[in-house]
Write a protein that binds this ligand. Structure first.
Ligand SMILES: [Zn+2]
Length: 365
């Protein structure tokens, strides 16, 4: 946290400029002073926040009534009591102070770790190739909300803890354009499989993520968005069919009421609704493609399962990591069956369901 704060502060100054930061964390100060030589010898392998290590620390002892310290503590306390984590930009500058490790200072484990770090950095570099998808997302979000999220926020979305693991993976893959669909087949193996890039249902349209999630005529896509629309309108919001960019960046969407107050419950419901809907359409697509099973998939079931999970996550056994009750109540407000008959705090009542007049969608191949 202190490193992140220092990093944020450092960003306010030009690169490579010496700045002083007043802090009371012995750990951080130590890594900037006494451990500096060892860190440099091992080429910063395994050391986080390398880019911060050109800071010049000024020592202050404990809190002892230092006014700035007390104020920083107060801010930190207020932050930790928030229901919703703020958006933090942790992107690192390209500037790095590592010029390699001294071989004699390395043991084997550290060396291997260094190789792994280098590989990860390379993978990160590959993201550069994905610029077009990021640009599409930014354009769509700008059009639908007036605000284009930055790249860090878009990647942050794919890790949002409101999404189950498989949805985080799906969003990450789709944002990387890494699924073997659409144009992938026109460029692979000398275009030998070009016909695989086309949707067999939709008059030879390129079957990319945009097509599958927002315009394919096969059963599923339109019905699922129709139900999403129904639920979203129940929340008192206007609906516009999400474009691919709205879907992939659903976690960055900020919703305010007429008074300009941020609606955290509605924002959370939006990202759950859009991500679950998109993932369901994708799952149906995959099942159709691999001709596997004939399980019925219903969006109402999906959303009810998610509601159930939310209720369970508020329970005490998850202790500190438990989702807060008021967050869950706000998220689902307005979209529940017989909501006016439910107790004010319905978290512990079993059988709470999402309200829908639409017939559930059944996949029929
Ligand atoms: Zn299609």
């Amino acid at each position: 946290m202190i490193m992140a704060a220092a990093k944020k502060a450092a960003r306010l100054f030009p690169e490579r400029e010496s700045i002083g930061i007043l802090m009371d964390s012995k750990y951080v100060i130590k890594s900037l002073t006494t451990n500096l030589k060892t860190n440099e010898d091992r080429g910063y392998i395994g050391i986080e926040n390398k880019e911060l290590l050109n800071l010049t620390p000024l020592l202050t002892t404990g809190h002892q009534g230092n006014q700035m310290n007390e104020e920083a503590d107060l801010l930190a306390r207020t932050g930790s009591e928030k229901d919703y984590p703020g958006q933090m930009n942790l992107e690192v500058n390209n500037i790095s102070h590592t010029s390699g490790a001294k071989l004699q200072a390395l043991d084997q484990a550290t060396a291997y770790r260094g190789i792994r770090e280098a590989k990860l950095a390379k993978a990160k570099h590959k993201r550069e190739r994905m610029k077009p998808v990021i640009t599409i997302i930014q354009d769509h979000m700008k059009d639908s909300t007036g605000i284009a999220p930055n790249e860090g926020q878009i990647w942050g979305t794919t890790k949002n803890k409101d999404f189950p693991r498989q949805i985080r993976f799906f969003l990450w893959m789709a944002t990387h354009d890494a699924y073997k669909i659409g144009k992938y087949w026109t460029t692979t193996i000398g275009g030998k499989y070009t016909e695989w890039s086309l949707c067999t249902h939709c008059n030879d349209m390129i079957e990319d993520m945009l097509h599958i999630l927002t315009s394919c005529q096969t059963p599923g896509q339109a019905e699922i968005w129709e139900l999403a629309k129904e639920l979203w309108t129940k929340k008192g919001h206007k609906w516009r069919q999400p474009w691919i960019g709205d879907i992939l960046a659903c976690g960055t969407r900020i919703i305010k009421n007429d008074e300009g107050e941020t609606q955290h419950g509605d924002m959370r419901f939006w990202r759950i609704l859009v991500a679950e809907s998109a993932y369901l359409i994708w799952k149906i697509h995959c099942m159709r493609v691999i001709q596997d099973g004939n399980q019925p998939i219903s969006q109402t079931e999906t959303m009810n399962e998610r509601l159930d999970l939310d209720r369970k996550m508020t329970q005490n056994r998850y202790s500190k990591r438990a989702t807060k009750t008021r967050v869950v109540l706000k998220t689902w407000r307005g979209v529940l069956q017989n909501e006016h008959e439910l107790p004010k705090n319905w978290i512990d009542s079993s059988g709470v369901l999402v309200d829908s007049d639409l017939h559930t969608h059944r996949e029929n191949r």
